[in-house]
Design a protein around this ligand. Sequence first.
Ligand code: MG
Ligand code: ZN
Length: 375
Amino acid sequence: MHKLRHLSIMLLAMTVIGLSCSSNTNKENQQQSQEKSGSGQKPKPKNVILMIGDGMGVSQIYAGMTVSSNPLVFEQFKNIGLQKTYSKDNYITDSGASNTALATGEKTANGHIAMSPSGDTLTTILEMAEQHGYATGLVSTSSILHATPAAFIAHNKDRHEYASLAEDFLKTDVDVFIGGGYNQFANRDDNRNLVKELEGKGYQVLRDIQDIEEVEKGKLAGLTADKHNPKYTEGRGNMLPRSTQTALDILDNNAKGFFLMVEGSQIDWGGHANDTDYIVNELLDFNRAVEKALAFAKAHENTLLIVTADHETGGMALTGGDREAGQLKANYGTDGHTGVMVPVFAYGPGSEKFRGIYENTAVFDKMQAYYGFDQ
Ligand code: MG
Ligand code: ZN
């Protein structure tokens, strides 16, 4: 008995030594020096890409990893943390409150869009970036007026006031937005034609992803669906990775830098439907968009890439699977959101600050500190 324990302690010690050696690979050293780049100085802030998988918890990500025959991009990140999603008035957040927290650094009541519980307007990171001369953009697979993108640009106590949320887009100088929601701009009860107004402000208003993809500069409003875009498997195709690439290319024209938010909206809807195939297809689509963003961040120094979620949806539990066959069995605890922490993956200068466990509002704080807007 005693001998055996001694042996197992020795084995443990050997394992620890082995681990510390293997973690010190050349590749990792390379990445570390890359992430501290700027010849020893504090990296000059330039671009932030914030990617939000709506409803994307660890189960949704591992579901994608199980089904995919190739490794997902998530596995390339070294700086990983967890954030708490509860809202000001509820243990279970909605997308209005959680995205307000990510966008403004303030917890608010469920249903609110960049507005405090009492109705004060909360300035968003996108608005701050614009004020400081950065280019800005939003990309989404839902309507561009849905809670996630809206929380970065609009202000309302009711996330469902879509007509009003659309008007708020005109109050900004956002450079690029691509998503659904055309009807709220074009066919309105108040007889305003926001498409005409956007064109008056210099936007190219385009509806087809092929046309959108050809835009290389200037202001772009890509309204790819009347309301929401369809599911990936029902005709949306690669709209999200293509729109992400287009937005990055346009925003990169601004020498000072940019802020871009990209949302994989429908991971959440698959969760609400307790539909495993829906979740996995949307997750893999989001993964391809993250691949585009990570490639951009690797090619463009001083780009901070953050990939996270606003909350988990469905209480998804992976109860069985076959990694070889790419098969999966899942159960669900709810058709709503859950209160569980969600992961944060970060790459680039300042990405090590995203390690640990923190509030969802800290994601905003860290972006603000990266840009230096907090000084
Ligand atoms: Mg959303
Ligand atoms: Zn939801």
